[in-house]
Design a binder for this molecule. Sequence first.
Ligand code: ZN
Length: 468
Amino acid sequence: MSTTLISGGTVVSANGTLDADVLVAGEKIAAVLAREVTETGEAAPAADRVIDATGKYVLPGGIDVHTHMEMPFGGTFSVDTFETGTRAAAWGGTTTIVDFAVQAKGTSLLATLDKWHSKADGNCAIDYGFHMIVSDVNDQTLKEMDACIGAGVNSFKMFMAYPGVFYATDGEILLAMQQAARSGATVMMHAENGIAIDQLVAQALAAGHTDPVYHGLTRPPELEGEATSRAITLAKVAACPLYIVHLSARQALEAVAQARDTGQNVFAETCPQYLYLSLDDLARPDFEGSKFVASPPLRPKDHQASLWSGLRTNDLSVVSTDHCPFCFKDGKELGRGDFSKIPNGMPGVEHRMDLLHQGVVAGELTLPRWVEVASTTPARMFGLYPRKGVIAAGSDADIVIYDPAARQTLSAASHHMNVDYSAYEGMEITGRVATTLSRGRTVIDNGEYLGAAGHGAFLPRGLNQYLL
Ligand SMILES: [Zn+2]
């Protein structure tokens, strides 16, 4: 079995930092050796290969639990495949994704899962799991939820938005929550009041308001707050664990915080775009705003401070990307003259770790909290811990060596996502991935991709490990 010693670095975990060397044997972490001990005692163990991590952080690989690779949307597909998307993720220090299998109306969950396995199998550079999007609640679907759980997929996403597409009624949501609750599975919710939003969209278009900014103006934060409260109430009635995806609005955060204060099993994530971008970006001229169309929409700037605060108080526990890229050319442009036809979604899987590190640089997050929201909590929340999310003996050797002093400028010209623009074009970042290991294999090193499609394996997941 080949061994690698990562020496001289600072291991950052959710609990704190430790000057330690990390010994990798095959696909696993064999030992974490405190340097205080190795330097004064016996010499460090011999290894086939030594990586010098002096001056760098040694992190558990990032876990992005919200991505959409090659997702069908309005007759087109998000443009990153499992191959290109997982490669880009590795460049940015993410070593696990959990993507969404999407049930089309009239189809079965298990057939859907098979279909997504065939898209990902043999193509991923890093390990991956699936959540299931439930868009057709009926007796067969409800029965199949248990079979999905048996197949390692125990989180089910539903939509209070997108009437006629993914939308589920409150009654359907309640039924699915009751079913999930019997097994301890989690329901994930896209919480926006889609019925009311559709009226606002129709009014805006009738008044001739067609620019991208109206995507934001017709989805006011109050309608995210209302839907979040309603989802929390339904989950309480069904006694079902609830995870609010891509929380963007202060009103929604308040609802989550209140539920958590009562001890309800309610959790939430936000995404870098809501921490760094705003309604002003949606209002950029010349249809540039279309690059920022995603749902929920980017919010007025003053929501950002609330979201950073929520990350510190743990009312927001996870940061994921909702990576769902559409090119500007021939993609976003489908919505010229009608903002409601702009494909919803933004690229981001490559830059989550870097953008959150800016939060550390700016004093918004501590170093351990960075690792916690980007790796350790996602692993626990979605049943992957301690295989993933921690640098400890016995865990998978998914390790990122991060240079906190490096400088980089984000740009479509240099990123690795398969999309023709960057939402952060020109943004200067302090910090950069030096090396990414996935189960012991070097995927990224010193600006070079050394991974392989098909190295990444499917991860059957256990239940949420935070349930009370
Ligand atoms: Zn999404």
